[in-house]
Each structure stands twice: as C-alpha cells, then as structure tokens.
Design a protein around this ligand. Structure first.
Ligand SMILES: NC(=O)c1ccc[n+]([C@@H]2O[C@H](COP(=O)([O-])OP(=O)(O)OC[C@H]3O[C@@H](n4cnc5c(N)ncnc54)[C@H](O)[C@@H]3O)[C@@H](O)[C@H]2O)c1
Length: 508
C-alpha cells in the first residue's frame, strides 16, 4: 500500500480559497488533516468553514452524517509548521509568490520525515524551480487543483524535472482515491489547462477590440461553440487580474511568444481596477446583475428572408448537419449528391460558404458574387446560434437569406464584422493547434489533454477530439489562411505532421 493512502496524515498550508477546499477533499478522503495558515485565526476559521460545507453536503444528501462527522473530527488547525511533523503528505496552497513558497517548503522539509511527499498547488510557477531550492527536490510534485477544489474533478499532477517518478505515480493514485481525475503533466508554462485555454480568452478580447459587444461574443461561443460560459463572462467571474496574471505568466515563460501576449483591453481593465464580479465591473457591469446570461445586442441580424430553395454543393464537413435542419425547416435543399470539392450554398444573388479562414470580401472577389460566411459551431446538428459575416452591403439580400436559412434550422444569427476566421473557428483552431503542440512536446498524453480541457476548463469536448471531428487538414488550412493576419496564427509542426501522415490527432 502506498505511504500516502488513508489514514496517512495530510498537511495543508495556506487556508485560503484553495487550501480550505483541498483540506475538505483530503478529510473526506479519510485522512487526518492539519491545516496551517500564517494569518492568525485563518486556519481555524477555515476549519469551521469546511464544517459548514460538510453540513451542506449532508443536507443535500451527498454524503451521510457519519462520513461528515469523521471528516470533521479528523480536521484541525495547526499552530505552527512543527505540527506538520507526522504528515506523509504536505500540500502547500499559500500565496503565488516564488520566495514565499520556497521559504515555506524549506521550513516544512525541516520538520517532516525523510519520506514525506511535498506538493504544490501553484498555477503558474515552475515545479522544477520550486524544487531546486529544496534539500530533497525529488519529493516535490505539483498537485494543481481547480477552483472550487471540492467540486472540480480535475487535478493536474505535475512532474518537475527532478521529481521522483514514484512520487508522481503515488500522488496520482491518491487523487483517484480522493475521487478526482488526475492527469499527468510535465512541468511547463501553464501546465495543460492554463496554457491550452489562452486563445479562448485572447480571441474573444481581440474581437471586443474590433467593436463587437461582449454579450454577442459570449453568446456565440456559448450557444454556437457549445462552451458552458463565454470567455468574457468567465474572465469576469475568475477576476480580470487573475486571468491576466495567468496570461502574463505563460507569455513570459514562453519567451514572450506572440500567441500568449496579453490583450490591451484586459490590461486596461486591470489598470482601472475593473476586475470583474468582485469589483462590480469588468467586461460587464455587475451592479444590477441577476446572474442571468447577458443578452447579445448591437449586432442583431437583419430581418430574415427564408428562401424557398437552396442549392448546396461540395464537402461541408462539420457544417453538413445544418442542411438537414434547414430541410426539416421546410426549405428545399438541393444537394444533387455532389459532396466533394469546395462547399458552397447558392441563394438568390450570391452564395453562403463555411469559414476557411478567409474574409468574406476575399471570397467575394474570388467568386465574383456577394458572399456570406458562416462560422464554425460546436455541433451543427444542435447549435442555437451562428456567427455570420457578409462581404459587403451589396450582400445584404444574401445576408437576409442566410439568416433566414439559419432561422429555418431553428438557430439565431449574430452578424460580425468581416474578420478572418470569425470567432468560434479561429478560437477552436488555436485550441486544437495548442493541444497538438503540448502533446508533441511530451507535456501530456493526448487523452490527458482532452480530459484536462473537458474537466478543468469545461470545454464541450477535448481539443484533439474536436480537431479530429473537424478534420486535421481543415484546421491546418484555416490557420494557414489566418497566418497573414497575425503571427499568433501558425500551424504547429505537430499538426502539420498529423496532416501529412493522414493520422488522427489522438494517435502518435
Ligand atoms: N484561486 C484559484 O482559483 C486557484 C486555482 C488553482 C491554484 N491556485 C493556487 O493556489 C494557491 C493559493 O491560492 P488561493 O486562491 O487559495 O489564495 P488565497 O489568497 O485565498 O489563500 C492563500 C492563503 O495562504 C496564506 N499564506 C500566505 N503565505 C503563507 C505562509 N508563508 N504560510 C502559511 N500561510 C500562508 C494566506 O494567509 C492565505 O490565507 C496559489 O498558489 C494559487 O496560484 C489558485
């Protein structure tokens, strides 16, 4: 049996948001838990807070009274680091400051046994860097819990360069025993979730800078992309300062790679102190917030004209289920059995195409007719909203018909300016590419990356599974088309390799 298995004593240092949650999880896992905080009274307040949380779980029928009582009885506030001496595992969740964590780890090492495992809940510091100052650096592992720790199933188990592989295995086993889903991650900037998720926020903020309102951006990603929350409302919830700090950390550690560069609109919010919900204002005004998702405005679609007939040609790939919906909506969809080549839907006076990373104006020049471009969605069979853009004003009859086709399919349209790759497409393409890069660099396995993004970031599916659904070649072509727009769009060597080898993104 592992030295970490219950009833081994677990120490948690830092009784703030994360430490209190982690202590609750460990106590429910059957461990005696000692909770320590530098601020007087903070640890005992956290013990009371966990007690109240356990009572709520009993009230909701999630755990029985005996289990809550046992967890509560095993949890106590520690007076000093010396109280951690009997621990088999000490998890630190103190402030995200390198020297604070280093000093604390050194102090813990002074009192615990030689085989005690130390873990850090850091979100952005290097586990290898933290271990470097330790006497036994091989015993430090990252255990990156997500907020709220008792609820979120994912834990990134982070292996520093010096971490003993057995410690990683035992820590991962322990997380499973605690009811968590561990993924194994090699120490690298942002680990998996915080790194791969950067474009989710970055692309939305850049579109906001183009004048599209926050509610529309969030609605397109939620109701079209299938994400549980839009990136802007989520950043308001997390806190703009926390979100920006994560971006900065990944950006700095990656040698200021353009892909992770902070976006001006967020930098300005943080400078103004508009940090999101906690200050009452961020991308949204929360003063009279009723908790409901804000309604999209500003880019309302023109009144729809539902065409009687549409002629659909070519390979519509992940967009194809839209045409079944349009057909069910009463429009004659004439696809003539032609499902190869460039996808085009002909309406009166122009065409509708799915985004391939080129702007509508480019398509119009090339095809010689007004063009409406449809964004990607998470699932064309069920999506409730599509972002669309039109090549020019002359396209408005085409636009009203495109909106009409979406209405026939039971979906709404949000009209965006003519930006390359619209919103969901460019966001998802970057998520897929980043995930490929992470796997190719040996940071985590493909399965673990997909699991991490589903459970840690709440994405509707893992980026690699998503890339396979869209088609790796289509994702690469989209990024290639976007490359002239900005240096953050590029096809990673890993994605190129998969395309050339014709293999799935989930096999290596
Ligand atoms: N909040 C999140 O969403 C989140 C998610 C994952 C990881 N993390 C990481 O977890 C850690 C803690 O974050 P948090 O949000 O719980 O912070 P917090 O500010 O809520 O809590 C930190 C606690 O640590 C205590 N502390 C500071 N220095 C100490 C020391 N030397 N010894 C003992 N106690 C000390 C503080 O008094 C405070 O109670 C950070 O490393 C953070 O990056 C946070």
């Amino acid at each position: 049996m592992s030295r970490l298995a219950a009833p081994a004593v677990v120490g948690v240092v830092g009784a703030g948001t994360m430490g209190a949650g982690i202590a609750q999880v460990a106590a429910l896992g059957g461990h005696p838990v000692r909770l320590l905080d530098a601020a007087p009274g903070r640890a005992s307040a956290a013990v009371d807070q966990v007690g109240a949380a356990l009572d709520r779980l009993v009230g909701r029928g999630r755990i029985d009274t005996a289990r809550a009582a046992a967890a509560r009885a095993g949890l106590r506030a520690a007076e000093s680091v010396d109280d951690l001496a009997p621990c088999a595992l000490v998890i630190e969740a103190v402030a995200e400051v390198l020297d604070v964590k280093r000093d604390l780890l050194a102090a813990v090492e002074d009192v615990v046994a030689a085989d005690c495992v130390l873990a850090t809940n850091t979100s952005s510091l290097s586990v290898t860097g933290l271990a470097a100052a330790m006497r036994h650096p091989d015993r430090l592992v990252g255990l990156h819990f997500f907020n709220p720790a008792p609820v979120m199933r994912l834990v990134e188990v982070v292996r520093g360069d010096l971490t003993d592989p057995d410690v990683v295995t035992e820590a991962a086993e322990l997380m499973t025993a605690w009811g968590k889903t561990p993924v194994q991650v090699r120490c690298s900037p942002g680990f998996v979730v915080n790194r791969v998720a950067r474009p989710f926020y970055g692309e939305a903020m850049r579109l906001l800078e183009r004048g599209v309102d926050a509610a529309t951006i969030d609605a397109v990603l939620r109701e079209g992309g299938g994400f549980p929350m839009g990136p802007l409302e989520l950043a308001d919830l997390i806190g703009q300062d926390i979100n920006l700090a994560t971006t900065r950390s990944v950006w700095e550690q990656s040698g200021r790679d353009r892909r992770f560069e902070p976006v001006d609109v967020q930098v300005a919010l943080v400078a103004e102190g508009a940090l999101g919900r906690k200050t009452g204002r961020g991308f949204y005004d929360h003063d009279d917030d009723d908790g409901a998702a804000p309604a999209p405005r500003g880019t309302a679609a023109p009144s729809p004209t539902v065409p009687a007939r549409v002629r659909v040609r070519g390979d519509w790939g992940p967009w194809a289920p839209l045409w079944d919906r349009v057909r069910r909506g009463g429009v004659v969809v004439d696809d003539g059995g032609d499902r190869a080549g460039e996808p085009v839907a002909e309406v009166d006076g122009g065409v509708v195409v799915p985004t391939d990373g080129r702007r509508a104006a480019e398509h119009a020049r090339r095809l010689g007719v007004p063009v409406v471009v449809l964004d990607l969605v998470g699932d064309a069979g069920t999506a409730e909203r599509w972002a669309v853009t039109a090549s020019d004003d002359g396209a408005s009859p085409v636009l009203t018909q495109a909106v009409g086709l979406l209405q026939a399919a039971g979906a709404q349209a949000s009209v965006l300016p003519d930006v390359a790759g619209l919103l969901v497409a460019r966001t998802v393409a970057l998520l897929v590419d980043e995930a490929c890069d992470v796997v190719a660099r040996g940071v985590a396995s493909a399965d673990d990356v997909d699991t991490a993004m589903r459970l840690g970031a709440g994405h509707p599916r893992g980026p690699l599974e998503w890339g396979d659904r869209i088609g790796p070649a289509r994702v690469a072509a989209l990024l290639d088309a976007l490359a002239p727009v900005d240096a953050r769009y590029r096809v990673s060597a890993a994605l190129q390799d998969a395309v050339h080898a014709g293999r799935s993104l989930r096999e290596r």
